[in-house]
Design a protein around this ligand. Structure first.
Ligand code: FES
Length: 69
């Protein structure tokens, strides 16, 4: 699915960038060029990044939350 129509960036490219180590919107923007024109793709890009990071944590067996002591 296209997320950034201005640059033709798909959700798969964003997920790949996160899986390759991009951990901030700035890093994804600099790697792919999302949000570099009209900026309308920012919210969806952030949602896809968060979803991908949660999935990666789940897949690696790491807890998303830690108990407060
Ligand atoms: S839709 Fe991404 S910069 Fe315009």
């Amino acid at each position: 699915m296209y997320v950034c129509l201005c640059k033709g960036i798909t959700d798969s490219q964003i997920r790949d960038a996160v899986c390759s180590g991009a951990s901030s919107l700035r890093q994804v923007r600099s790697q792919l060029g999302v949000m570099s024109q009209c900026g309308k793709c920012g919210v969806l890009t952030k949602e896809i990044m968060e979803e991908t990071m949660e999935q990666r944590n789940f897949d690696h067996g790491e807890p998303l939350f830690y108990a407060a002591s």
